[in-house]
Design a protein around this ligand. Structure first.
Ligand code: HEC
Ligand code: HEC
Length: 363
């Protein structure tokens, strides 16, 4: 143990190399970039980031987005806010296997943690949205989420103090008011509320979300006793024999890529083909976006379908190399999802799994 601690005593660049398969691009773990210093890759990640990068520096816009995020008025009957499904104390998930929206209608997938969303080049489990701004109005209109039409949602906010004044403060008068310079409409702020600004405010708030810092950050910062022996052994296993670094790398412990780890339930009632449903590329069958593992112990039940209610069961499945996807067909079925070659049986002992579990709990 003393030997293992010594090997991880220096900065991550001097740590033992993780077990990474050929062809995988990975980045070392790091502290999560703070809101006021987004990394350059953040800007490159997708279009529309210039506006967002400037919006997140305006406290009035972020505060407005936060107010909206927690407000049930965005849903048709006022029952559901963004925070009903993305609860801050649960790493912005909701504790349910599948999301439940207005009138208790059940969604198809689990509400994901939002902690990777500020940095992800593509959003949703299947990557169907390219920017936060494009994403955030989706739930307002989704019949299984907030079930509202955008026009009525905007009209409601226009008549609901303090929103008109807050939109005015955050974004200034609407363009047409400036043009006409009539003055009366612009001071009421009614016209300052529109769907583009609603999306900008919500996106700005979501882009400021960061994981709760933990002893893992302290360890990354060079406090070599921040992890106990079991946790440190779990961390070592995560990076080596358990092969998790192939996909859960980088500051957020995700590669932001799509993989099929074998949970598509192909041919069964709860089949979900993930990324394929967007791209129609057979190579994407059964692929889902790698979730961040920051604050992961608060984010259960886990996976896109909430399949695992406890983390130990999930680790046992990884240890077994996940399940068999489907019996091979004769003739071969071109639409049968193929599990990632990076998912393999791991030969971990019960003690190893306990150590991995201890490590997951500090993240
Ligand atoms: C009824 C529950 C529910 C409500 C209400 C809800 N969401 Fe979600 N949210 C989900 C689910 C489920 C997904 C994943 C859907 C998928 O991937 O197909 C999701 C995905 C997201 C994502 C993508 C995260 C990522 O990393 O891919 C963001 C961002 C998000 N929601 C923000 C919001 C905002 C902002 C609101 C309020 C306007 C909101 N959500 C309301 C359930 C909900
Ligand atoms: C081939 C890439 C890959 C490897 C290797 C991998 N994962 Fe994952 N992991 C994923 C993907 C993709 C998902 C989401 C799959 C889904 O929902 O269907 C996921 C989901 C998870 C989740 C659930 C997170 C959540 O919020 O639902 C946990 C926990 C997890 N992985 C831990 C691990 C551990 C521990 C290892 C090593 C034993 C590991 N992963 C190895 C890609 C990978």
């Amino acid at each position: 143990m003393a030997c293992l601690r010594a090997r991880y005593a220096g900065p991550p660049s001097l740590w033992p190399a993780p077990a990474i398969d050929p062809g995988i691009t990975w980045t070392e773990w790091a502290r999560v970039p703070p809101v006021d210093a987004p990394p350059s890759s953040w800007m490159a990640a997708n279009a529309g980031r210039a506006e967002l990068a400037s919006d997140i520096r305006k406290p009035e816009i972020v505060a407005l987005g936060q107010m909206l995020f927690f407000d049930g008025h965005l849903s048709r009957k006022g029952q559901v806010s963004c925070a009903s499904c993305h609860m801050p104390q649960r790493a912005f998930t909701d504790g349910r296997p599948l999301a439940v929206g207005e009138d208790r209608l059940m969604g198809r997938r689990r509400s994901p943690s939002l902690l990777a969303a500020p940095f992800a080049p593509r959003l949703f489990w299947d990557g169907r949205a390219g920017t936060l701004k494009a994403q955030v109005l989706g739930p307002v209109q989704d019949s299984r989420e907030m079930n509202h039409d955008l026009g009525s949602a905007i009209a409601r906010l226009q008549g609901l103090p303090p929103y008109p004044a807050q939109f005015l403060k955050a974004f200034g008068p609407a363009m047409r008011d400036v043009a006409s310079a009539s003055g009366s409409a612009s001071t009421s702020g009614r016209d300052a509320v529109d769907s583009d600004r609603l999306a900008r405010a919500l996106a700005a708030y979501v882009a400021t979300l960061r994981p709760q810092t933990s002893r893992f950050d302290a360890f990354l910062n060079g406090e070599r006793n921040a992890l106990n022996d079991t946790e440190l052994r779990g961390m070592h296993l995560f990076r080596t024999q358990a092969r998790c670094m192939n996909c859960h790398s980088g500051a957020l412990l995700t590669d932001h890529q799509f993989h099929n780890i074998g949970l598509s339930f192909y041919g069964r009632r709860n089949q979900d083909l993930g990324r394929f449903e967007i791209t129609r590329d057979p190579a994407d069958l059964g692929k889902f976006r790698t979730p961040s593992l920051r604050n992961v112990s608060q984010a259960g039940p886990w996976m896109h379908n909430g399949l695992f209610a406890d983390l130990k069961g999930l680790l046992r499945m990884y240890n077994a190399g996940m399940g068999r996807e489907a019996a091979p067909a004769d003739p071969p079925d071109p639409y049968a999802p193929r599990k990632s070659e990076h998912i393999r049986p791991l030969d971990l002992s019960a003690d190893d799994i306990d150590a991995l579990l201890a490590f997951m709990k500090v993240l």
